[in-house]
Design a protein around this ligand. Structure first.
Ligand code: ADP
Ligand code: ZN
Ligand code: MG
Length: 480
């Protein structure tokens, strides 16, 4: 059989660190970094006799995430102990939720080339993060840092509803943007605030049953997730094509070789000996409590996108890209408030600003200037103070933090020449030096005009007002 005869099936378990001020069962700070073992107390270090107290904010944030992803909220949910041994887990169990998660049966929508697609969310539960092992570079041992132990997490488990690498990428991006909009997680993937376990299987097209899945744990970049899924699909097809069998196992993705390696057999729920945590009470979420959170939910990416179509007349595609990042769309709205020119703000953000961000491998929230500055730049073009060509250079300098657009223009002497006398002078000078172009123009070759304007632009280092140049060249040519 050929590659095209197979279909891939993907399901993601996404872990997001919640941005509550304190940990889930104690009052230690959740702040990233810090000297090892300075954000700890007897509870999160698992001293005998220390008792956990559930942080109410964690429940609120998780309920927010559940509502934003169309989940049902459980009125009586509970905390369970998931037992396993690992040096970064001092209690030798993780407090998580087993059979009664806080949220279940939700979904999110993604835009694909074949239209909208719904990805089911099986459940969202709350749990505590583990500590971190710092491995000694010389192989002398590992040091345990418990600053992260007890930082609250939500785990968002999807249905195996994704069929392609693009589906998985879009789903994850959508989820990230929703969590950013409702401000429950900073979703910094490079700091591990958002990471995913990726489950992949293949089956023959038309086959009903799912194939056996493999799982890659703790992945924290969009690029490696896409690469890993791509590789794993190919690997599984090859195994099956060669008469082999897929085993349910946990794999490790190796970024350098671009391959997956077998780590261990998949553990089963029974291996964890789940049982209700006797130190913690049931989590009661009344209808009122949930309603109240629902009422105060901020605008979500989907409805913001719809609003951009009607309020600002943007295209579906532009609106989608802008709203995919809360930071970018907040920036856009601030810019529009000042410049009153939504199309221009949108164009600048999605073309030149995005291009530079890409080149510099920066995220929108790292744009080093304010929305006010972009609005100022647009106003300068509208007023004819600078050409849009020069504006691009100004933007580059704004990224270099060289000041506001006005300051940059002044410093570099970039103000557009709109003075008739000065332009006339340039026009005459260029005409004198280009006899042939004059003849060409007279012979009906319109291209000659463009060439002359180009020469004048070069002469003035792009500062001449292009419309004036055009008109004055025509005038002068007709007089010659
Ligand atoms: P575990 O924690 O043991 O991995 P879960 O039920 O919590 O089990 O998560 C299973 C994840 O694997 C879900 O995201 C689900 O969508 C996905 N999944 C289940 N079966 C398949 C399959 N055959 N192919 C791909 N993904 C699958
Ligand atoms: Zn603590
Ligand atoms: Mg799993």
């Amino acid at each position: 059989m050929a590659k095209e005869d197979y279909e891939s099936v993907i399901g993601l378990e996404v872990h997001a660190e919640l941005s509550t001020k304190t940990k889930i069962f104690c009052s230690c700070p959740t702040e990233f970094g810090g000297k090892p073992n300075t954000h700890c107390c007897p509870v999160c270090m698992a001293m005998p006799g220390a008792l956990p107290v559930l942080n109410e904010k964690v429940v609120e944030y998780a309920v927010k995430a559940g509502l934003a992803t169309n989940c049902e909220i459980e009125t009586d949910s509970k905390n369970d102990r998931k037992n396993y041994f690992y040096p970064d887990l001092p209690k030798s169990y993780q407090i998580s939720q087993y059979d009664r998660p806080l949220c279940k049966k939700g979904y999110v929508e993604i835009d694909t080339e074949e239209g909208k697609k719904t990805i089911g969310i099986t459940r969202i539960h709350i749990e505590e993060d583990a500590g971190k092992l710092n491995h000694d570079d010389y192989g002398r041992g590992s040091l345990v840092d418990l600053n992260r132990a007890g930082v609250p997490l939500i785990e968002i488990v999807s249905e195996p509803d994704m069929r392609t690498v693009e589906d998985a990428d879009k789903y994850l991006k959508k989820l990230k943007s929703i969590l950013e909009y409702i401000e429950v997680s900073d979703c910094k993937m490079q700091e591990g605030s958002l990471r995913a376990d990726v489950n992949v299987s293949i089956r023959k097209k038309g086959q009903k049953e799912y194939g056996t899945r493999t799982e890659m744990k703790n992945m924290n970049s969009f690029r490696s997730i896409s690469r890993a899924i791509e590789y794993e699909i190919q690997r599984q097809i090859e195994v099956v094509e060669n008469g082999g069998k897929i085993y349910q196992e946990t794999l490790r993705w190796d970024e350098v070789s671009g391959k997956t390696f077998s780590m261990r057999d998949k553990e089963e729920a029974q291996d964890y000996r789940y049982f209700p945590d006797p130190d913690l009470a049931l989590i009661k979420c009344s209808k009122e409590y949930v309603e109240n959170i629902k009422k105060n939910l901020p605008e979500l990416p989907e409805s913001r996108k719809e609003r951009y179509l009607t309020e600002f007349g943007l295209s579906e595609k532009d609106a989608r890209i802008l709203t995919s990042s809360k930071y970018l769309s907040d920036f856009f709205e601030k810019g529009v408030k000042i410049s009153k020119n939504p199309k221009a703000v949108c164009n600048w953000l999605l073309s030149d600003v995005s291009r530079i961000l890409n080149e510099k491998e920066m995220e929108p929230d790292e744009i080093p200037f304010k929305a006010e500055d972009l609005a100022e730049l647009i106003a300068l073009i509208e007023k004819g103070t600078i050409s849009s060509k020069i504006a691009k250079d100004v933007l580059e300098k704004m990224f270099e933090k060289e000041g506001t657009p006005n300051e940059i223009i002044e410093k570099n002497g970039w103000i557009q020449i709109s003075d008739e006398g000065a332009i006339k002078e340039v026009v005459e000078k260029i005409l004198d030096a280009n006899e042939q172009s004059i003849i060409d123009y007279k012979n009906g070759k319109d291209r000659a005009l463009g060439y002359l304007v180009g020469q004048a632009m070069k002469e003035t280092k792009g500062k001449a007002n292009p419309q004036m140049l055009n008109e004055m060249f025509k005038d002068a040519l007709n007089k010659r």
